[in-house]
Design a protein around this ligand. Structure first.
Ligand SMILES: *Cc1c(COP(=O)(O)O)cnc(C)c1O
Length: 378
């Protein structure tokens, strides 16, 4: 079917991302009751495709869908996968691992918050010391790409340590999955997660967890700390009926089925190369204007650049944002407590030409507001 093109906005925020019109229009379908077999068949295919994204073999691994934004996955994993006497170790160098800490607080789960500065990698020797000294630790959690700064954490090494000391390893991969190629087994991951609107370039409202079936089965006996957000309950319902326990985000599921087709048509490697082109174009554009980023280049995950505010008195993020926004480009504020930053991200259905177009507008905005170029830092 032919459709009118939708106005194309370039989203340089860290998700939701720019989508294709074919994904947008995939939501326009005849009304359907999601309890129909036709809809269950759609979800069965979707769950199986999600495993392919991260090379997770069936039946050892499974995927479980939830209706909600990406944070629901962190909530589900932490509250569902902790045995009675166990403790969680959170390896925390950024805002998203901090969110896991807050979830533990809300549920009253025993945890240890092993903090590192937001611009450094976790010290693995320290992680091992902690694991060695506290045998109650049954679950280790961290974030792959800390989306607030763009730092890439060494999950393979952390996963190996977790396993050496008998703990389950859960990773928040919301801002890498379906962008950076990941093989779940090679990375020593037991559970990983994302939402449909980031790497998959679909719509909001659908999140998913990919992980080891045997561990979910064992978790049936763990304390039940949530009803809506219990992993085993949702898994068991899928296994029995092929459906979500409660009403699914119907239209987002149609969009995601289309997004997966487009993902496999583009190919894992080609898609990662496209994001890399966009990421490098972002760096070139920033370098030419004299901007400084805050994470060492070789530690960046290749998707998010956190940029320090210049010291120029005419610099005002909101004004520059509005100037770009009115012209179809969305830039995003930072998420670091002590340093003023903004972010430019290489997610979504964009390529390097879009980044070049953005920098023309961005430079115009700086000139319009008389911010000196190259930008100044005191
Ligand atoms: C986007 C994101 C989430 C989910 O955030 P929501 O606001 O719930 O969509 C979780 N973790 C990471 C690393 C993210 O980038």
């Amino acid at each position: 079917m032919e459709h009118q093109p939708v106005k194309r906005n370039i989203l340089l925020n860290p998700g939701p991302s720019t989508t294709t019109d074919t994904v947008k229009y995939a939501q326009v379908v005849p009304d359907i009751c999601p309890r129909e077999k036709e809809f269950a068949d759609l979800m069965r295919g979707l769950r199986s495709d999600l495993l392919k994204l991260v090379h997770a073999p069936e039946p050892e691994y499974t995927s479980v869908l939830f209706c909600g934004s990406g944070t629901i996955n962190i909530d589900v994993c932490l509250n569902s996968l902790l045995p009675e006497e166990g403790k969680i170790l959170i390896i925390n160098n950024g805002a998203y691992s901090q969110r896991a800490v807050e979830i533990c607080d809300y549920y009253g789960l025993p945890y240890m918050n092993l903090e590192f500065p937001v611009d450094t990698l976790p010290d693995l020797a320290r992680v091992e010391e902690v694991l060695k000294s506290d045998e109650k630790i049954a679950l280790v959690h961290t974030t792959h790409n800390e989306t607030g700064t763009g730092i890439l954490n060494p999950i393979r090494e952390i996963g190996a340590l977790a396993h050496r000391y008998g703990a389950v390893f859960t990773v928040d991969t919301t801002s890498t999955l379906a962008m950076r190629p990941i093989s779940i087994e090679e990375e020593n991951i037991d559970f990983m997660m994302a939402s449909a609107q980031k790497g998959l370039m679909s719509m909001t409202g659908l999140s998913f967890i990919i992980g080891k079936r045997s561990i979910i089965e064992v978790s049936k006996r763990y304390p039940k700390r949530s009803y809506y957000c219990n992993l085993y309950l949702q898994y068991e319902y899928f296994e029995k009926t092929g459906q979500m326990h409660f009403t699914p985000p119907v239209q987002t599921i149609y969009a995601t089925v289309q997004a997966l087709k487009e993902y496999f048509a583009e190919g894992e490697q080609a898609k990662w190369e496209r994001h890399t082109r966009a990421f490098e174009a972002i760096h070139r554009g920033l370098d030419e204007l004299g901007f400084q980023d805050i994470i060492k280049r070789e530690w960046q995950a290749g998707l998010v650049v956190a940029v320090r505010y210049p010291s120029d008195k005419n610099w005002d993020f909101d004004r520059v944002h509005d100037y770009c926004y009115e012209r179809g480009f969305t830039i995003y504020p930072g998420k670091i407590d002590r340093t003023d930053t903004f972010r430019l991200c290489a997610l979504g259905a964009i390529d390097e030409e879009d980044i070049h177009d953005f920098f023309k507008v961005f430079q115009e905005a700086l000139e319009y507001y008389q911010v000196a170029i190259p930008v100044q830092y005191s």
